[in-house]
Design a protein around this ligand. Sequence first.
Ligand code: MEV
Length: 420
Amino acid sequence: MSTSRIPGFYKLSVQERLSRVKDFAHLDDESLKNIRKRALSVEQADRMIENAIGIMEIPLGIAINFLINGKDYLIPMATEEPSVIAAASNAAKIARDKGGFSVSTTEPLMIGQIQMMCETPEEAKSAILGAKEEILMLANEQNPTLVKFGGGAKDVEVRIIETSMGKMVVTHLIVDCRDAMGANAVNTMCEAVAPLIEKLTSGKVYLRILSNLAVKRLARAKAIFSKEALGGEMVVDGIIIAQRFAESDVYRAATHNKGIMNGISAVALATGNDSRAIEASAHAYASFSGRYRPLTTYEKNEDGDLVGAIEVPIAVGTVGGATKVHPTAIANMKILGAKTASELAEVMASAGLAQNLAALKALSTEGIQRGHMSLHARNIAAMAGATGDAIDEVARIMVKEGKIRVDRAKEVLEELSKRG
Ligand code: MEV
């Protein structure tokens, strides 16, 4: 079996990296082409969205070293932010020493909401719950394919909520979406059962829409990060102190969770999934207890190693939507080799945990700016006109001097060219 542990991957040329990825994932020529060159045509873009005028490109990279439930993964990540992919790869390398990430998911259950107002909310609730089987049957008639694959509407729950306009009766349709993200399937079912709910209650239905708070579709990942690989006991303690900060302070928790989403959203984007749905879900879940909290936890075990864990709702699909339309997303799914939406969610949870561990490690030791700056310096060097090896040399000199500016990059470039 191929390994995702590829020492020196970052030092290879783009072409060499792609060739390693090709060997790992047995990629066909079509997929290679769709990764290397712009794959989405303007015509396709015009069919995907309205008022299309072109295509906006984002860098695509590969996070290495991930061992998840004993399986090696190369993880495609689409992001405009430097350091994200290096950070995830470094944390995955540390986790690997102790067996990598252990992951699991709940069933892929989504919630559809049907909002209703009526004179007698309690009676309406009983009537809806009394007609559960009829509601489920009507919902499932909308999507025989999903039912055939073992999914479909599975349950009905009713909540009565207090609002500034009085009580509202909110019916939740619980739908097993299998390998689909499920927004379309759930919305169609909600719209189909709404007239029945009105008939059962003499109420008036308003919204019929999926909830992006996917509390029944959770992904979990856990890993042990050894104190030796982290850099010692002080680093373990530093990460735990950072964790306690996030647990007690919403300002820090928001940033902590943003770092987690750097990993999760980059995989969502690379695989053509709805990153906004995942972000909304994660942040709402973070405040589900009534207080906004970090999505990860960290504890020290009896060996003094750090045990990190994440629990986060991840509603993704491997069928439907852009996942099966965008040629690069299709190729990225081949690299990832995730067979189901649950497996994809487990990989994403691992990427989120890795990202967070790397951020906390950097923040509680040297800070994140040094790592950021060397990448930033390479960009500045290129902006100043450096090409090839000169980019690294100009960047190295600027970082050493602590002067990362285009004017300085131009001077250094001139000095280098004089030296020949
Ligand atoms: C930057 O994109 C993400 C971090 O701010 C996350 C964190 O502070 O934990 C580094």
